[in-house]
Design a protein around this ligand. Sequence first.
Ligand code: ZN
Length: 250
Amino acid sequence: MVSIKKDLIPKSNGNRPGYAMNPDFITIHNTSNTDKGADAKMHANYVKQPDTAVSWHFTVDDSEIYQHLPLNENGWHAGDGTNGTGNRKSIGIEICENADGDFDKAVKNAQWLIKKLMKDYHIPLDRVVPHKKWSGKNCPDRLLNSWESFKKGITGSDDSANKAPKIYPLPSGIIKLTTPYTKGEKVTQVQRALAAAYFYPDKHAKNDGIDGIYGPKTANAVKRFQTMNGLQADGIYGPKTKDKLEAVLS
Ligand SMILES: [Zn+2]
C-alpha cells in the first residue's frame, strides 16, 4: 500500500488535452532519467510546467505515487499520435529509475498500482502493455527484457523463486489402456507428471484432462512423451517411462 498524491496538471496546460477517456489499457514506461532526485515528485513538477509537451497519469518511485491527470482524461505518452489507442485509451504509468532510488521497490509499487487499476477499471492483464507496443520505442527499457515476470509480479503469481520445486510422485508398476479403463490416484499422479512436462492428457478439457482415468487420451499423452524422449512409444506407463518422467521433471 502506497499513498497516491493527486497533483494534477493545470487545465490551462497544452499537455492536458482533456479528451474524455474510458481506459482499456495500462501503458508502462520508464522515465529514462537516472539523475539523482529524479523521483515522482520531480516529475510531478516537470509535467505541470506550461511548456511540457507530454503527459501521463502516474509517476511511481520507491516511496510515493503522484497522479498528474484524472483517469477519465487522456494524456500524451504513447507516441502513437493524436488519435492513437495508446494515447487515447490507456492509462500511462512512469516508473522512476533515479540513481538515488530503489528501482526494485519502485517496480513493486507500480505493480501494486497496476493491480488496483486493473480491478477498478476491469482491465485484464493482457492489456497491461509496454510503451513499445504503441510506438516501437524501447520503453520501459529497464523492464522489457523481463516483461513476463514483471506482469506475473502484478497478480502475485510469480512466487516460484521462493517455492520449493514441485514434486510429482509417480507410481511403480505398469498402467496401460484396458477395458474398463484403469482409474484412481495412481493414474492421476501419472497425468499430473505428464502435464507438468507439457504432455497434457487433454489440453482443451477441464483441468488439462487430469481426471484419474487411463483412457485413450492419457495413453496418447504417454505415447507422445515416449516418442519425444527416445522410448518405445507403446502408450504403456512402466518403469522406463517413470524414470524418464522423473528425470525430465527433476
Ligand atoms: Zn515510454
